[in-house]
Design a protein around this ligand. Structure first.
Ligand code: GLN
Length: 484
């Protein structure tokens, strides 16, 4: 069921919020041993929130747009007094003293938080295997990864734990798991959604966004949580143009560019490229003008990202010192305690990023690595600007492949980093992009297509995605759910 349907049922009194949340909690309990999408299931909290919605309705109060709708939250979003671990040992048992702005907004909208979801530690990864609490399994095939880093949120929506979830996307962490789990995932324009209360990975790239089972639900969730926030100095100080009124306007005359650099043949699964062709056909049939476009510097996005993101991470993660948050490993002397805590508290990938970032920022290397990466970032911004002089939206695969087997890339960081080749350039440009399901490969695994738009172009991006969704008619569901 969609979030819209649930909200309508609760509003009309057809079903209570309590009934709905209990139904979802049963699904979670049933499937969680196989999927492990959650770090924490919020049974009591969710029931209390649902009861509050039902009580508000009984009093005749105005209900929020998401009243009674279950939502799963990535476990790097601060929740007041509720553990927020980032799937790291270093934050185990840490309870934030405040809610993230998005959490506050969803509370006010009447949403019901059912779980904190698993992720790659501090959102660093593409498979959710870097979690200190063990990997999440893909609901379409539990021997495969769900993608990452928001793998828990993507799997939660795919498995029906909740119709909606929140993730964060620094280099693809919403879109890539959305693609691998057959759901919709959106990375908004940088600054559109407040980052206040999102545990920082790479602050110039991080952005919170929605997961949903269809485009309209994703729009509903995004519209509920975006907008200016004085608590985030990078938050855009303007009122966003609403998405949903134009969702059904179609794509007649829309100029769509296929990004040559992000469409194989090297490293791209042929079925993924075939899905891109199908998407092209659908848009053309709906009246769009589709052509190829070059974004030459996009090919260097990955290299620039893996200097910029670790550089920012090495600075952001300096705060985990055994004094201020979570874990402390005692040792003689403060520096020894800091070192022992970080040694035990961080996993291998986080340590790799901190070392990479510290090196890239160090005296003598700063200009050659960090400085050079920033110059590439500028080129990418300009290349996209040039592409958008000719096109309204751009199109590419979301991920070069469908879900790979658990363990397949865990020992090979470079192979893992390559999963993000299509998603990273948009983060560097600060622009929005979203993934929608476009079919299944021969093994029955979902394929995602990415729609990209210029900065603040959410409305046109969603309009194109909605047209694609109507034409592609993706209705498959994981077998795991059909058996039930
Ligand atoms: N997979 C990419 C990384 O490991 C992106 C992660 C993200 O978007 N948080 O950095």
């Amino acid at each position: 069921m969609t979030a819209r349907e649930i909200a309508a049922q609760v509003r009309s009194g057809e079903r209570s919020a309590r009934e709905i949340v209990d139904e979802h909690l049963v699904s979670i309990e049933l499937l969680e041993p196989e999927i492990h999408a959650c770090n924490l299931i919020l049974v009591e909290e969710a029931r209390a929130q649902a009861d509050a919605v039902d009580a508000a309705r009984a009093r005749g109060d105005e209900l929020g747009p998401l009243a009674g709708v279950p939502i799963a939250l990535k476990d790097n979003l601060c929740t007041h007094h509720v553990p927020t671990t980032c799937s790291s040992r270093i934050l185990a048992d840490w309870r934030p003293p405040y809610d993230a702005t998005v959490v506050t907004k969803l509370r006010e909208a009447g949403a019901v938080f059912v779980a904190k979801t698993n992720l790659d530690e501090f959102a660093m990864g593409s498979s959710t295997e870097n979690s200190a609490f063990g990997p999440t399994h893909n609901p379409w095939d539990v021997t495969r990864v769900p993608g990452g880093s928001s793998g828990g949120s993507a799997a939660a929506v795919a498995a029906g734990y909740a119709p909606l979830a929140l993730g964060s996307d620094t280099g693809g962490s919403i879109r890539q798991p959305a693609a691998l789990c057959g759901v919709v995932g959106v990375k908004p324009t940088y600054g559109r959604v407040s980052r206040y209360g999102l545990v920082a990975f790479a602050s110039s790239l991080d952005q919170i966004g929605p997961f949903a089972s269809d485009v309209e639900d994703a729009a509903l969730l995004l519209e509920t949580m975006w907008g200016h926030d004085p608590c985030d100095s990078t938050s855009i100080d303007s009122t966003p143009e609403p998405i949903r009124p134009a969702l059904l306007d179609g794509v007649e005359g829309l100029r769509v560019g296929i990004i040559d650099e992000l469409a194989g043949p090297d490293g791209f699964q042929p079925e993924v490229l075939a899905a891109l062709d199908r998407a092209t056909t659908v848009l053309e049939a709906a009246g769009a003008k589709v052509d190829h476009v070059g974004v030459p510097s996009a090919a260097y996005g990955l290299s620039a990202y893996y200097l910029i993101a670790p550089a920012e991470a090495s600075s952001n993660l300096a705060r985990y010192d055994g004094v201020r948050y979570g874990l402390r490993v005692p040792a003689d002397g403060v520096a020894e305690m800091n070192a022992a805590t970080r040694d035990v508290g961080f996993g291998a990938e986080v340590k790799r990023r901190i070392m990479l970032g510290t090196y890239a920022l160090s005296a003598g290397y700063y200009d050659a690595y960090y400085g050079q990466a920033q110059r590439v970032r500028t080129l990418i911004i300009r290349d996209f600007e040039r592409a958008y002089e000719q096109f309204d939206v751009l199109l590419s695969p979301t991920s070069p492949t469908t879900a790979f087997p658990l363990g397949a890339k865990a020992g090979d960081p470079l192979a893992m980093y390559l999963s993000d080749v299509c998603t990273i350039p948009t983060n560097l440009a600060g622009a929005p992009a979203m993934s929608i399901p476009a079919g299944l490969d021969a093994e029955g695994l979902p394929i995602g297509i990415q729609v990209l738009a210029p900065v603040l172009g959410e409305a046109v991006m969603f309009r194109a995605a909605a047209a694609l969704e109507r034409g592609l008619e993706f209705t498959a569901r994981p077998k795991l759910l059909e058996a039930r």
